[in-house]
Design a protein around this ligand. Structure first.
Ligand code: FAD
Length: 416
C-alpha cells in the first residue's frame, strides 16, 4: 500500500480546483490526483472550440504539465476501481491493482451522460470526455447528417459547432422552447430560433427507437430516428445530449450516502469523516430550509470549481468560503449567454419577469420575486448586466424594475 496525505479521485475541474485550493491554503502534505485521462482538462471547450478544432488538447488543460511538479502534485493516470472504508484510512484500489491509502480522500468523479433509453439508442454517441469529442469530430464532414437528441446547453452548442463545420444538423427535443427553465421563456425562444436562422432543422418530438435506414439509394442515411408521432429523421450520426447522471459508482459501492448524487455538506463532507466529494457528482444538503431535502445538483462549471474549493477547505478542517448566486455560460452561433441565480418561475410562485429589450430583441431577462427581490437574470451578449444582477442578488438589493428594463441604463449603475 502506498500513499497517504490527500488523494483526489477525478481530474475534472472540481478535482483540479480542490488541488489548487489545497496548495493555496498552505497544505504541504502529499497530494495526488487519480485521473485516468492523465493531466486534468476542461470540458466546456469539448462542445465549442475543441470540437471546432480551434483549441487543441494542450490548450484545454487546466494547468500546464509543469504546474504539477512545481506544486508537488502527483497525477496518477489510473482509474480507481474500488474504495474501501473499513480500515484505519480510506483506501483505493486502482485498475492496475495498486492500492493507495489516504488520510483524506476527495471524490470528484463528475457525471456520466444519460444514455438514450430507446431501442437502438446505443447507436447514439454521447459527449462528456475529450475522447468523445474526438470521436464526434472525426465523423463530422460537410454534408454529414447529424441528429442531436436534446436541445439543451450541450445539444445546442454542438449543433452550432457542427453546422459551422458543414454538417446538416437536426435538433430533436420534446419541448417547444428548450432551456426555458435555465434562461427564462423569452431568451430561450430567441436562442432556439437562432438554430433555424442558421440552417439547423429543429423538431419537437420524442425519439422512440433508432433503426438502420434502408440502403436503397447511394446517399441513404445510416440511421432513422423514429419519433413518437410516427415521423422519422434520417441520420448518419446521432448524438444524445439529454443530460447527465452523477457518477456515484465508487461512493455507492463503498456505502456512502448517495441520493441522486453523493450527499455532502457545504464543506463537501460525506457520510464518512475522511471522505469528501465535489462537483457534478454531488448534491448538497441544505444547511437550513427544508430539513432533509438536498439542493438540486448543479451541473455547471463554476459550481464545480466552487465545490472543489469548498471541499479543500473542508478537508483541512477550515470553514468553506461563502459563495453567492450560481452562474453559468454557454456559447453558440456567435453569441455568449450567461445566467445567474434562478430563472425558473416554478421555483418561486408569484415571481414575474422583466425584460430588457435592445434593438427590438430581448437582450436580458430578470426574474423578480413577489416581494421585489431579484431571483435571477439571463442575458445574451450582456455579461455586465449579469454581473450586476449577481451583485444585486448577493446583496439582497431590491432593484427598480424600470431601470432593469431600460437598455439606456448603464449595467454598472444597476446596483445603486
Ligand atoms: C461538452 C460540455 C460542455 C460544457 N459546457 C459548459 C459551459 O459552457 N458552461 C458551464 O457552466 N458548464 C459547462 N459544462 C459543465 C461543466 O464542464 C461541468 O459542470 C464540470 O466539468 C464538472 O466538473 P467535475 O470535475 O465535477 O466533473 P468532470 O469534469 O466530469 O470530471 C470528473 C472526472 O472524474 C473522472 N473519474 C470518474 N470516475 C473515476 C474513477 N473511478 N477513478 C478516477 N477518475 C474517475 C472522470 O474520468 C473525469 O475526468 C459542460 C460540460 C460538457 C461535458
Amino acid at each position: 500500500m502506498t500513499g497517504a496525505g490527500i488523494v483526489v479521485v477525478g481530474g475534472g475541474v472540481a478535482g483540479f480546483s480542490a488541488v489548487q485550493e489545497l496548495r493555496s491554503r498552505g497544505y504541504e502534505g502529499p497530494l495526488s490526483v487519480v485521473s485516468p485521462e492523465g493531466l486534468p482538462y476542461d470540458r466546456p471547450p469539448l462542445s465549442k472550440g475543441y470540437l471546432l478544432g480551434t483549441e487543441d488538447a494542450e490548450k484545454i488543460q487546466l494547468a500546464p504539465a509543469s504546474w504539477y511538479p512545481e506544486h508537488d502534485v502527483a497525477v496518477v493516470a489510473s482509474r480507481a476501481a474500488a474504495l474501501e472504508l473499513d480500515g484505519a484510512r480510506p483506501a483505493l484500489t486502482l485498475d492496475d491493482g495498486t492500492r493507495l491509502a489516504a488520510d483524506r480522500l476527495l471524490l470528484a468523479t463528475g457525471g456520466l451522460p444519460r444514455p438514450l433509453a430507446v431501442p437502438g439508442g446505443e447507436t447514439a454517441l454521447t459527449l462528456r470526455s475529450r475522447a468523445d469529442s474526438d470521436a464526434l469530430r472525426a465523423l463530422l464532414e460537410p454534408g454529414t447528417r447529424l441528429t442531436i437528441v436534446g436541445a439543451g446547453l450541450i445539444g445546442a452548442e454542438v449543433a452550432s459547432a457542427a453546422a459551422s463545420l458543414g454538417a446538416e444538423v437536426t435538433l430533436v427535443d420534446p419541448v417547444e422552447t428548450p432551456l426555458a427553465p435555465a434562461v427564462g421563456e423569452d431568451l430561450a425562444r430567441r436562442l432556439h430560433s437562432m438554430h433555424a436562422e442558421r440552417g439547423i432543422r429543429t423538431v419537437v418530438g420524442l425519439p422512440e427507437r433508432i433503426s438502420d435506414a434502408p440502403q436503397h439509394a447511394p446517399d441513404a442515411a445510416r440511421y432513422l430516428v423514429h419519433l413518437a408521432d410516427g415521423s422519422a429523421v434520417p441520420a448518419d450520426v446521432v448524438l444524445a445530449a439529454i443530460g447527465i447522471a452523477p457518477d456515484t459508482a465508487l461512493a455507492e459501492a463503498a456505502g456512502l450516502e448517495v441520493e441522486d448524487g453523493v450527499l455532502v455538506g457545504p464543506d463537501g463532507a460525506t457520510s464518512h469523516p475522511a471522505v469528501f466529494a465535489a462537483g457534478d457528482a454531488v448534491r448538497v444538503r441544505q444547511p437550513g430550509g427544508v430539513v432533509g431535502v438536498p439542493l438540486r445538483r448543479a451541473e455547471h462549471w463554476e459550481a464545480a470549481v466552487r465545490s472543489g474549493q469548498a471541499a479543500a477547505a473542508g478537508m483541512l478542517g477550515e470553514a468553506p468560503p461563502e459563495f453567492g448566486a450560481p452562474w453559468f455560460w454557454s456559447d453558440r452561433h456567435g453569441v455568449h449567454v450567461e445566467a445567474a441565480g434562478t430563472m425558473d418561475p416554478r421555483r418561486a410562485p408569484g415571481a414575474r419577469t422583466v425584460l430588457r429589450v435592445a434593438d427590438g430583441v430581448a437582450a436580458a431577462a430578470f426574474l423578480l420575486a413577489e416581494d421585489g427581490h431579484l431571483l435571477g437574470c439571463a442575458a445574451v451578449d450582456q455579461p455586465l448586466v449579469v454581473r450586476a444582477a449577481r451583485r444585486i442578488i448577493d446583496r439582497g438589493i431590491i432593484p427598480d424594475p424600470q431601470r432593469l428594463a431600460d437598455p439606456s441604463v448603464d449595467p454598472r449603475k444597476l446596483t445603486r
